[in-house]
Write a protein that binds this ligand. Structure first.
Ligand SMILES: C[S@@+](CC[C@H](N)C(=O)[O-])C[C@H]1O[C@@H](n2cnc3c(N)ncnc32)[C@H](O)[C@@H]1O
Length: 234
């Protein structure tokens, strides 16, 4: 991608939670570990994409590296990217501490990553695409399509809205209240910031973008605030 144009989106500027800040990164990992079963989440994705040892896999928006580290137990060639150098340093250190040496952690993003080597078999992105405004999501999805080999798989999970728009006030209030009850005030504040500052969008927008990027896809999960798409190139 041309990066010298004045109108190029600067994906390194953090929107919403600042994941360049070391204390936020540490807090993110600790909070997530309390409420998410990373092992199960990762093995569910690994099984869904039928990951094999000789595949090449790229994770975009790896965060603290939990998925990439688990995937590296099943596959030799794992690349894990994130725009936050703090996240990358944290994930790298975690992988080293766990004796995992086959993940290349690279500071890069949806719009800037350049892959050296043959096209990829698998790309996974979880809870990251919503950091880009819609126009740039479309550019990101086209780039993902180009990075994959024919027959390659893209697994996308994100906060995506599927509630009826007439109900948005009530649905968003309820979502934030549920976070507060189940996960505490910090999570509720994150959810508020997500709605206010980040770029989650409608399911029909994402689905049209996936079509326009060239993907065939199935919807593997959809509720009011979260969706998972299993996408194939050709
Ligand atoms: C909510 S965290 C999700 C991390 C991890 N995938 C997970 O499931 O826990 C979002 C991550 O996306 C990263 N991110 C934001 N914009 C990005 C971009 N344009 N390209 C790649 N990663 C990005 C952030 O730095 C952050 O680490």
């Amino acid at each position: 991608m041309k990066s010298n144009v004045k109108w190029q989106y600067n994906e390194t500027v953090q929107v919403g939670t600042d994941y360049q800040d070391t204390s936020n990164v540490q807090a993110y990992d600790e909070q997530m570990a309390k409420f998410r079963d990373f092992k199960k989440e990762s093995t569910d994705i690994i099984n869904a994409i039928c990951l094999e040892r000789e595949h090449s896999l790229l994770e975009i928006g790896t965060g603290t590296g939990n998925f990439a580290i688990e995937a590296a137990r099943y596959c030799n060639n794992v690349y894990a990217i994130d725009v936050s150098s703090t996240m990358i340093a944290y994930a790298k250190q975690k992988a080293q501490a766990m004796g995992i040496s086959n993940v290349a952690f690279i500071q890069a993003g949806f719009l800037s990553y350049e892959h050296n080597g043959p096209s990829l078999d698998m790309i996974v992105s979880n809870l990251a695409l919503h950091h880009l405004p819609d126009f740039w999501k479309m550019i990101a999805l086209k780039r993902i399509y180009q990075l994959l080999k024919n027959g390659g798989t893209f697994y996308l999970g994100d906060v995506i809205f599927s509630f009826p728009i007439e109900e948005y006030n009530h649905k968003i209030d309820n979502w934030i209240d549920t976070m507060k009850e189940k996960m505490g005030i910090n999570f509720a504040k994150e959810a508020e910031m997500h709605i206010k500052d980040e770029f989650s969008t409608f399911d029909w927008v994402i689905e049209e973008m996936l079509h326009k990027s060239g993907f065939k896809f199935d919807i593997r999960h959809k509720d009011d605030f979260f969706a998972v798409y299993y996408c194939k190139k050709n």
